[in-house]
Design a protein around this ligand. Structure first.
Ligand code: GLN
Length: 465
């Protein structure tokens, strides 16, 4: 029998051999080995070990791990070591998991390619000239390249599902409130959820159960029993009414992705599913509404990083531009610190969000976006009266080339056209591999379900797996 120590040594060697993928921003072999030895000692002493005993889990660098670097892919937090664990980290430790390094990500989870990281991009293990998706690209690539069997990411507009799709792994964005966000560094608090990346659905069911549940430290976490997802995974779904939304097959969808998804529909029909057309007419406003709501919340959440208590502090804040000598030195310190600490995309979002919330404009932008959000939610409520899940592509295209979309933020934003509406509506979504392009790139199938129907989502995906 292999010990946990032997197992993690194998993974550490592999991480070393695949350093060029730039998956980990922080991996401390001694710390990993210590955790593994502790599990081995417990086993030897006959003590109870948890359901993930000795299993390495790679952690997106947006999650606080006590005393470990937690940088959010940003220069702003390059020296931050949180004094506490996120709730999901506490739960992983209780389950016996080995926290296996922190993974690369777009700065503050803003992006779809992991190219917005201050630590350089992660490469897609399937084709190293391509992106792994984002913002949780490091966590998706970690599982795809088998640098860890499991990982955690966060999804605000698609950041688990889209990288899962383009890296050929399973990814789940749970219902808003299913998993505690305590210790998740906030991007857009009303949209953010933590979720698993895994090789298959059995692993996903197990990891989702471990991290789910009400937490007193997150008032938005919901007090709903956590089902034993593993126990019910192999049950046939009670009913298999699958919705197909015209809006998920529009312009911009890659033909190879479309044909793989249509093939998946045939597989479901053969399995006895009824396919039904549903309509989500307000989906087309998803991206515009998201790019008001998410930047608005980000501008508020990121206000704390000004070099006083949180974040990088500039060394030089002497006046540089005309008029700056009149500013209070503390203000100049904050300005210089934020100018140095944040990257271009984060600054763009802060400016957009500040504008959208400002007096005189909030009614035109922010409040309008909230109304659209409600309409999108209503569309899903109506559709789920007739169907159990909604099926479609996860991402409009397979992994794109590094650099291809960096000069065009709008092209980057459209990567999430099919995933964003689930975050706006708060419903769960899952991406499962459904084929390869002719050139051998993975394609993901997205399944969406009503709030707290993760059990059914997993079972329905299982039919296809
Ligand atoms: N790509 C989207 C954005 O840049 C979503 C990111 C996410 O889900 N964290 O905001």
């Amino acid at each position: 029998e292999v010990t946990s120590e032997e197992l993690v040594r194998g993974y550490l060697d592999r991480a070393d051999a695949l350093k060029r993928l730039n998956v980990f921003v922080h991996l401390d072999p001694e710390n990993v080995l210590d955790q593994a030895r502790a599990v081995d000692a417990k086993r030897k002493a006959g003590e109870a070990v948890g359901p993930l005993a000795g299993v390495p889990v790679a952690i997106k660098d947006v999650l606080c791990v006590e005393k470990e670097p937690t940088t959010c892919g940003s220069r702003m937090l390059k020296d931050f070591r949180p004094p506490y664990d996120a709730t999901v980290i506490v739960k992983l430790r209780q389950a016996g998991a080995i926290l296996f390094g922190k993974t690369n990500m777009d700065e503050f989870a803003m992006g779809s390619s992991t190219e917005n990281s201050a630590y350089g991009p992660t490469l897609n293990p399937w084709d190293e000239a391509r992106v792994p998706g984002g913002s949780s690209g490091g966590s998706a690539a970690a599982v795809a390249a088998d640098l860890a069997p499991l990982s955690l990411g966060s999804d605000t507009g698609g950041s688990i599902r889209q990288p899962a799709a383009v890296c050929g792994v399973v990814g789940i964005k749970p219902t808003y409130g299913r998993v505690s966000r305590y210790g998740l560094i906030a991007f857009a608090s009303s949209l953010d959820q933590i979720g698993p990346f895994t090789h298959d659905l059995a692993d996903a069911a197990l990891l989702l159960k471990v991290i789910s549940g009400r937490d007193e430290r997150d008032a938005t976490s919901v007090d709903q029993p956590v089902p034993d997802y593993s126990a019910t995974l192999d049950e046939k779904p009670r009913s298999l009414r699958i919705g197909v939304a015209r809006e998920f097959f529009g312009e911009g969808l890659d033909p190879e992705v479309e044909s793989a998804v249509r093939e998946a529909m045939r597989v479901y029909e053969q399995a006895g599913a009824t396919l039904k057309e549903v309509s989500l007419p307000n989906s087309k406003y998803g991206v515009p509404a998201y790019y008001i709501v998410a930047p608005a919340e980000c501008s508020s959440n990121l206000a704390r990083y000004d070099g006083t208590i949180f974040g990088h502090r500039a060394e030089d804040w002497s006046p540089k531009h005309p008029g700056e000598e009149d500013l209070h030195p503390l203000v100049r310190m904050m300005m210089a610190s934020r100018a140095e600490g944040f990257g271009a995309e984060v600054k763009r979002r802060i400016m957009l969000g500040t504008f959208a919330l400002s007096a005189g404009y909030a009614d035109q932008y922010y409040n309008q976006a909230l109304k659209v959000r409600r309409l999108i939610r209503n569309d899903f409520d109506a559709a789920f009266k007739d169907v159990d899940v909604i099926l479609g592509p996860t991402s409009p295209s397979p992994a794109f080339k590094l650099g291809e979309r960096t000069a065009d933020p709008l092209a980057m934003y459209l990567s999430d056209i099919y995933t964003i509406t689930a975050n706006l509506a708060g419903i769960p979504g899952l991406s499962v591999p459904c084929g390869l392009t002719r050139s051998g790139l993975p394609i993901g199938l997205q399944l969406l379900a009503p709030a707290f129907a993760e059990e059914n989502l997993l079972r329905t995906a299982r039919v296809f797996e």
